[in-house]
Design a binder for this molecule. Structure first.
Ligand code: ATP
Ligand code: FE
Length: 330
């Protein structure tokens, strides 16, 4: 088995994945969302301290399986340095105690492998990665062979939901609550402009849309009621999604993919999923690939699934040669 550890942001998670058939034998995650909610976002030092408490608690539950562990896979990039270190320190200690090798895993590769937790891996694949820190269109040709075709010039898709939520006083994280409010709202009420609509450039941008939303909220002022808030959420969500769809449509025309998928925490958004499904159908691709909803946000199961491939390729590193890397580009 592969024992995997994820601590790149505010989720402490450990999984055990069988090498022969990639079956998930154990998976547990302790989310710190509520601890950070009162600060309106993730506080790195608090996150690191909470990982130091949570990871050993989860690890205890894996005791019956530890003798079967053949390697430890751990997220080493990208993420918050102070929280990545918590996972890496535990991984190194386990490697010494169990006398097994270490597999450093890229968190974004992990998100891609969330697709293959309950379905077989297929390549090549076009992937839209929409998470808290990234908005990228990727061409995944094989394991580790990834080209980035478009990225964001400023904020990410998920981050823009968090910022809109904060402006509306709806709390952190913003994605789920903004999506919920949007269901009761009128998406046509506010006429937000779709970012980069006329430029052929394959890139994403969310800071301009965020400012449009801020101005609309300021204009509503103190008389803003629940329906106004729902309408802001619906109009924002529709425009943020229209931006993704517009750029994807340009990409599909230039570069038809054999298969297309969406991954990352924000891929849990059902409005986005529904619209991507329709777009993929329009371009005659096989049905949109998605990860099970529970594995869209950060988790060690996806790190373990990615770890199985890294193990097969022998991508081990010496314990003295491994570092965390907060920023990494494809
Ligand atoms: P990265 O993976 O880029 O390092 P991260 O790990 O912090 O960033 P994830 O955990 O993958 O990000 O995703 C969290 C993000 O997903 C948050 O910004 C959150 O608001 C967003 N999100 C979660 N659910 C939804 C939803 N239903 N709609 C829109 N956004 C959502
Ligand atoms: Fe993530």
């Amino acid at each position: 088995m592969i024992l995997s550890i994820e601590s790149s942001c505010d989720d402490s998670s450990i999984a055990l994945t069988r090498l022969e058939d990639c079956q998930l034998v154990f998976h547990k995650k302790i989310s710190q969302e509520l601890d950070h909610a009162k600060y309106g976002g993730v506080v790195p030092e608090l996150a690191a301290r909470l990982h130091a408490e949570a990871l050993p608690k989860i690890l205890e539950e894996t005791t019956p399986y530890l003798q079967e562990v053949k390697a430890v896979a751990v997220t080493t990039e990208p993420g918050l340095s102070v929280t990545l270190v918590e996972g890496l320190v535990m991984a190194k200690a386990l490697c010494i105690a169990l006398d097994v090798p270490l597999l450093p895993i890229n968190h974004l590769h992990g998100h891609i492998y969330s697709l293959f937790l309950e379905q077989p891996a297929v390549f090549p694949l076009g992937v839209l990665l929409v998470s808290g820190g990234h908005t990228q269109l990727l061409h995944v040709k094989a394991h580790g062979n990834i080209t980035c075709l478009a990225t964001t010039m400023d904020d990410s898709f998920g981050e823009s939901f968090d910022k809109v939520s904060k402006m509306l006083g709806l709390g952190y994280p913003g994605g789920p609550v903004v999506e919920k409010m949007a269901k009761q709202g009128d998406a046509k009420r506010f006429n937000f402009t779709v970012p980069l609509l006329r430029t052929p450039k394959l890139a994403f941008s969310y800071s301009g849309l965020k400012n449009q939303v801020r101005l609309a909220i300021e204009e509503l002022g103190e008389k803003r009621d629940e329906q106004d808030t729902c309408d802001v959420c619906a109009s924002f969500q529709a425009t943020a999604t229209a931006h993704l769809l517009n750029k994807l449509e340009r990409a599909f025309k230039a570069h038809p993919f054999e298969c297309f998928a969406v991954v990352g925490g924000a891929s849990a958004n059902l409005y986005l999923r529904t619209h991507l499904e329709k777009l993929v159908e329009k371009y005659r691709m096989p049905p949109l690939m998605v990860a099970p909803l529970v594995y869209c946000s950060d988790n060690a199961a996806m790190i373990g699934r990615c770890g199985v491939e890294a193990y097969k390729r022998g991508e081990f590193v010496g314990l003295d040669d491994v570092r965390v890397n907060p920023k990494v580009a494809f």
